[in-house]
Write a protein that binds this ligand. Structure first.
Ligand SMILES: CCCCCCCCCCCCC/C=C/[C@@H](O)[C@H](COP(=O)(O)O)NC(C)=O
Ligand SMILES: Nc1ncnc2c1ncn2[C@@H]1O[C@H](COP(=O)(O)OP(=O)(O)O)[C@@H](O)[C@H]1O
Ligand SMILES: [Ca+2]
Length: 571
């Protein structure tokens, strides 16, 4: 089969075979697009129409932002080179030859593995094998494709992988070995794998490893496991750059080493909210392609001591009690949250305290504007830019320092106090606790749910599970976009220690419990903070958002128009 001369130096075009079909295969290095389309012997008029439709498709693809696998009319394919996982020599067995090869020597074949989008943000690794009789042409194609892949500097080559064998359904190891490792191998990624042996093993190990050897860190587990790696990496970077992270006001050094999350936990909301699904293969493909998604991180302090970082939920009251009640039932796996959630809902506790916060005045969006964070988010870009301008102005004293001003204070009785740095979308709550929260805008959303009836609280909760209802549309719910936050419980820790033993409670407190909690008579005056799935010891805390402190191997939630229906390829 004679090679078709390249149209221009940057476009390689040949007729190759895919299974028993002849295809016109084009590699446009300029646009970094690989396309192939079945060609059949045509009369003059039809051939020109086929050429025209290919050119038209290029126009459409070139005009589109972002990358996608675009189907040409009559089952052609266009794959951006940035979404090719690997290209390699292939064995083509007899069944593909068809009659035409019987009398000829063995053909030369190469296989292209590429990302195919399915429904609901699921990605799959698809393979297509091209073959031809001409060895020189085969080598030319293999070289041209690999040269383009080599130029993709964002792709990781060496990864450090931590597996939590204990989280979720305790399937972390199998998930990695069966679903992820084969894809890393296909993409020629080497991985140093550490299966953790105890809690915080990964966090402590990150302080010791030589990070320069790696292009990224991967955690196989849930939000708690991600939180461990997050603490290890941020702590290591601050230590290496001599930043005292115990000072709540100090700006932290950004971490440019990306973290990949292979979801194997119970909630997996960080993965779900940054990729759109908690599916190990989809996350592995985002890591292989070298995606990069900046992520805000909040630091939580108590009296000049760093307690924790959080990227998803910092929750007091309902979610704090749910987490506390679930810890002892870890043997139930993810179901422990449903069981504990039900019990917590029945207890119907509220907690008293004082909430203070500084609104994020520079923020472009608001928690109720229904503008969800998507890949390449405009609000994240604008808000973080305006935040940097404000910080620069404050640094040079051009603008009075707002640290001390415009605090808003709310005293009251709360069912729950939730601060979410991102939407917290997850399988249980597809739009998340705050659907319009952004991954990298430098703000967090504060959701205050004041004391209300069980029925109303249930209505508020149930709306989280529906994608078309507004969980903030209640008179007892307020939501704010903030940059800093403080909480002081009405009953300080000292009262708390007394409250554990009913006998010590003074007449006044007992009377108060009795009137305030007629049904449960509980002795609990304070809840606990749920910080990304780990409980905090202290209840009096302060929190500050650090804009885009870390990066993930993700790209945010892509618009759904890019999804291919799961259609069998016709070529
Ligand atoms: C009666 C109807 C109740 C509907 C409730 C709908 C809300 C669903 C809960 C959303 C929680 C999102 C915030 C996620 C926090 C995670 O970091 C944390 C820990 O996640 P992990 O278990 O480590 O993956 N999970 C929980 C439940 O606290
Ligand atoms: N080998 C281990 N043994 C016990 N606990 C561990 C181990 N590795 C990690 N952990 C801890 O398990 C907790 C839960 O991990 P995670 O992956 O979030 O599971 P889940 O989503 O079920 O909570 C985390 O706090 C993490 O620190
Ligand atoms: Ca944010």
């Amino acid at each position: 089969m004679e090679p078709v001369q390249p149209l221009t130096p940057r476009v390689l075009c040949s007729v190759l075979s895919v299974k028993s079909h002849s295809c016109e295969v084009t590699l446009d290095s300029g646009r970094a697009l690989l396309s192939w389309k079945e060609v059949r012997p045509r009369r003059g008029r039809e051939r020109s129409r086929a050429g025209a439709c290919l050119a038209q498709a290029f126009q459409r693809v070139r005009g589109l932002t972002g990358t996608l696998t675009h189907r040409l009319p009559s089952a052609g394919h266009i794959v951006p080179v940035s979404e090719i996982v690997s290209v390699g020599e292939a064995d083509v067995d007899e069944k593909y030859y068809g009659m035409q090869w019987k009398h000829m020597c063995k053909p030369h074949a190469f296989t292209v593995h590429y990302v195919q989008r399915m429904k609901k943000h699921r990605w799959r690794c698809k393979a297509v094998t091209f073959w031809c009789s001409d060895e020189q042409l085969y080598c030319h194609w293999l070289q041209a494709l690999n040269d383009l892949l080599e130029q993709l500097a964002c792709r990781p080559k060496r990864l450090l992988v931590y597996i939590n064998p204990y989280g979720g359904k305790k399937k972390g190891r199998q998930i990695y070995e069966k679903k992820v490792a084969p894809l890393f191998c296909l993409a020629s990624i080497t991985a140093d794998v550490i299966v953790t042996e105890y809690a915080n093993h990964a966090r402590d190990n990150i302080y010791e490893v030589n990070l320069d050897k790696y292009d990224g860190i991967v955690c196989v587990g849930g939000d708690g496991m991600f939180s461990e790696v997050l603490h290890g990496l941020i702590g290591r970077i601050q230590k290496d750059s001599d930043v005292d992270h115990n000072n709540p006001k100090i700006p932290l050094s950004r971490c440019y080493m990306r973290i990949g999350i292979i979801p194997a936990g119970s909630t997996d909301c960080v993965c779900f909210a940054t990729v759109g699904i908690n599916d190990p293969v989809t996350s592995a493909l985002h890591i292989i392609l070298g995606d990069s998604q900046p992520l805000d991180v909040s630091a939580v302090h108590n009296k000049k001591t760093l307690l924790k970082y959080t990227v998803s939920l910092l929750g007091y009251g309902f979610y704090g009690d749910v987490l506390k009640g679930s810890e002892k039932n870890r043997w139930l796996g993810p179901a422990r949250y449903d069981f504990s959630g039900f019990k917590t809902f029945l207890s119907h506790r509220y907690y008293e305290g004082t909430v203070s916060f500084q609104p994020a005045k520079w923020a472009v969006g608001s928690p109720r504007d229904n503008v969800c964070c998507t890949a390449g988010c405009y609000i994240c870009r604008q808000s973080s830019k305006q935040l940097e301008e404000q910080q620069r102005a404050e640094t040079y004293g051009l603008q009075h320092n707002e640290q001390e001003e415009n605090w808003t204070t709310v005293k009251g009785k709360f069912m729950s106090i939730n601060i979410v740095v991102m939407s917290c979308a997850c399988p249980r709550s597809p739009k998340g606790l705050s659907p319009a929260a952004h991954l990298a805008d430098g703000t967090a959303d504060l959701i205050l749910v004041r004391k209300c009836s069980r029925l109303n609280f249930l209505r508020h909760l149930i709306r989280h599970t529906k994608s078309n209802s507004d969980q903030f549309d209640f008179p007892f719910v307020d939501v704010y976009r903030i940059k800093t936050f403080q909480f002081t419980p009405k009953h300080s820790e000292e009262d708390d220690s007394e409250s554990t033993d009913l006998g010590n409670i003074g007449k006044k407190n007992f009377a108060q419990i009795c009137t305030d909690h007629p049904t449960c008579g509980c002795s609990q005056l304070n809840s606990v903070w749920n910080c990304d799935g780990e409980t905090l010891e202290q209840t009096a805390i302060e929190m500050r958002v650090h804009c885009q402190l870390i990066r993930l191997f993700a790209r945010g939630i892509e618009d759904s128009h890019k999804e291919d229906d799961e259609m069998p390829s016709r070529v």
